[in-house]
Design a protein around this ligand. Structure first.
Ligand code: SF4
Length: 246
């Protein structure tokens, strides 16, 4: 890719990230001085030696507790009126791998934990096939509250809830993200492409490799598609340098 195009995409991605942060109430970020330059640098054609070295200030990274605190007993969209429990997310706050689904279903709404129903049990099997325990990874959804009757998420619900997901992903800062199903993939990648076209290859999500794949609930209805999901997960394992057990 041409350098100018790379720079343009980087700036666009950064702007979108900052706008999302702003929507969640963050109106400033800590600034860290660049690391001190060592050795001789060339400035306007003449050699200069670096002067006083500047101590880099540590950038404070937001953690999941802060995001949860800001979310509070959220009533930013109408789903607050029908939920039993808000389902924030669960797992390792420093996970190498994050799974993002669509929204809580009935079991998740009742228990306050993502992916605990039948589809969740299948996800747990996929996670262990990847040689992780469920507690090793982080699991969350685009929406934190169950849409009544498991209907599709509405654009205004996604708009209100997504900034918190973005902050969760920023706090965990994983090496890879797996997006489960159409809504999660289309929402995070800002596309209308179907999951069948998106899956099977890595996409860039704010610098984090993102692999879309089919939702476990879809696999329960279409078990023949498990092979495709396993192919996708093996790509993720290769990215994370996890050897496949023979
Ligand atoms: S779905 Fe998200 S934005 Fe809507 S009430 Fe629940 S937590 Fe808030």
């Amino acid at each position: 890719m041409h350098e100018a195009e790379e720079a343009r995409q980087l700036v666009a991605s950064l702007c979108a990230y900052l706008e999302d942060l702003q929507e969640t109430g963050i109106d400033g970020l800590a600034y860290a001085e660049p690391a001190p330059v060592t050795g001789t640098v060339r400035l306007n054609g003449s050699d200069t030696s670096p002067t006083a070295s500047v101590q880099a200030a540590p950038v404070e990274q937001e953690n999941l507790d802060q995001v949860r605190l800001d979310l509070g007993e959220c009533a930013r969209c109408s789903l607050s009126g029908t939920r039993t429990n808000l389902v924030f997310g669960i797992g390792n706050p420093a996970a190498r791998l994050v799974f993002v689904g669509e929204a809580p279903g009935r079991d998740e709404d009742l228990q306050g934990e993502p992916f605990v129903g039948e589809a969740g049990q299948l996800l747990t099997k996929i996670i262990s096939a990847m040689q992780f325990r469920r507690s090793d990874v982080y699991i969350c959804n685009i929406l934190k509250c169950r849409p009544p009757g498991n209907r599709n998420p509405q654009p205004e619900e996604i708009e209100q809830c997504q900034p918190f997901l973005l902050r969760q992903l920023g706090a965990v800062n994983p090496e890879a993200i797996v997006c489960l199903g159409t809504f999660a993939a289309q929402t995070l990648l800002q596309t209308k492409e179907p999951i069948s076209k998106l899956r099977g290859r890595f996409h860039d999500y704010h610098g984090i490799p993102l692999m879309p794949t089919f939702h476990p609930a879809f696999l329960l209805r279409n078990p023949a598609m498990k092979r495709e999901v396993w192919e996708d997960m093996q790509k993720v394992m290769r990215l994370l340098n996890i050897e496949l057990k023979k």
